[in-house]
Design a protein around this ligand. Structure first.
Ligand code: ZN
Length: 345
């Protein structure tokens, strides 16, 4: 009996050992699984993330290259635009719409525009309005003398000249029967066209200066660069609207000598240019010239110009209330337009 008992006890022990081994195996498997989950999977995930990061870095490099390319393009475009704008500014500063060659099609265009917009050029005219911009300067005296000699009245679109020795010319212009008109106080585009207030201020200053100097309440104006200038920051309609409100009439031109071209032209060339315009204009001619100090050719050319125009039967007139304005840009009136600029007067 006791032997049988011993055998049974041994069997029990063997079963216990087997059971314990199974438990240890389970724990081992669990530990391995745990290790797998805790270390290997995150490592795999890290590897995946690193690969992904590498790809994203590649993408970033590509995009950065693209952006820098575009920036270069934008900078190039800006440079080109700036250069063109500066060129245009210089060009307009001289108020020469034609550099050297005179283009008759410009006049045709003007005539067409004028007809379409209600005729700013009288069609029966044989009148020529000689106008001188940017003065007074050293040549103003010569011009006034020549006009006096031939009893011709002209129009002077004057600016403020800080050289007080020229101020007596403002009075001579008026005293000798010419039309004195405004062409801005400073003639500095950046200042005049910066905003509406700056423009109003400039017009007011030249108006006041002329009034103080001559007693004339000036009602005629010429935009620096013309009403068709492309340098104004303010819509030209807003500025024209202001002038309209002040009962000021603006005059552009439909003939020019090219005396403000980069290349100095001879008196003969200046006159030849003017005559081409005058002959091709359907109606009256508004001739743009300058009495700037550094353009003596205009003053020297004037005598022969007057002689030729008179011989050809043209009537030389100063601007007055009856003068039909030549205007590159027409006022379209108040159409509810909002310039976005403070329009408080
Ligand atoms: Zn000018």
């Amino acid at each position: 009996m006791s032997e049988a008992k011993n055998i049974s006890t041994k069997n029990n022990k063997a079963e216990n050992v087997n059971y314990n081994r199974k438990s240890v195996d389970s724990i081992k498997r669990f530990i391995i699984l745990f290790l797998l989950v805790m270390f290997i999977l995150p490592m795999l995930f890290c590897v995946y993330l690193m690969i992904r990061m590498g790809k994203l870095e590649d993408k970033i490099d590509t995009l950065t290259a693209l952006i820098s390319d575009r920036q270069t393009t934008v900078e190039e475009l800006e440079d080109t635009y700036k250069a063109e704008q500066e060129e245009a500014l210089e060009y307009l500063d001289m108020e020469a719409y034609d550099d050297i060659e005179i283009d008759a099609s410009y006049n045709e265009l003007l005539a067409d525009t004028s007809e379409a917009s209600g005729s700013s050029i009288s069609m029966n005219g044989k009148k020529v309005y000689l106008t001188f911009d940017d003065g007074p300067g050293e040549n103003t005296g010569i011009i006034l003398d020549t006009l006096k000699k031939y009893n011709v009245k002209a129009t002077f679109f004057v600016c403020y000249n800080d050289d007080a020795s020229t101020w007596h010319y403002y009075n001579r212009i008026v005293d000798e029967g010419h039309c004195i008109a405004m062409h801005s106080y400073s003639h500095v585009y950046d200042e005049i066209y910066a905003d509406k207030e700056a423009f109003i201020n400039d017009v007011s200053m030249i108006h006041e200066f002329i009034y103080d100097q001559t007693g004339v309440d000036c009602k005629y104006y010429r935009f620096p660069g013309g009403s068709s200038n492309t340098v104004t920051n303010v819509d030209i309609q807003t500025l024209i609207g202001y002038l309209e409100g002040e009962d000021i009439t603006y005059y552009d031109w439909n003939a020019l000598s090219g005396d403000a071209s980069y290349e100095a032209l001879s008196p003969e060339e200046l006159n030849s240019n003017i005559l081409k315009y005058v002959h091709s204009n359907a109606g009256d001619s508004m001739v743009l010239m300058h009495d700037l100090t550094d353009i003596p050719e205009t003053a020297y050319a004037l005598e022969q110009l007057i002689i030729t125009l008179k011989e050809e039967g043209y009537e030389l007139c100063p601007i007055d209330e009856s003068t039909v304005p030549v205007q590159h840009v027409k006022y379209i009136g108040d159409l509810g337009y909002d310039s976005g600029i403070n329009t408080a007067d």
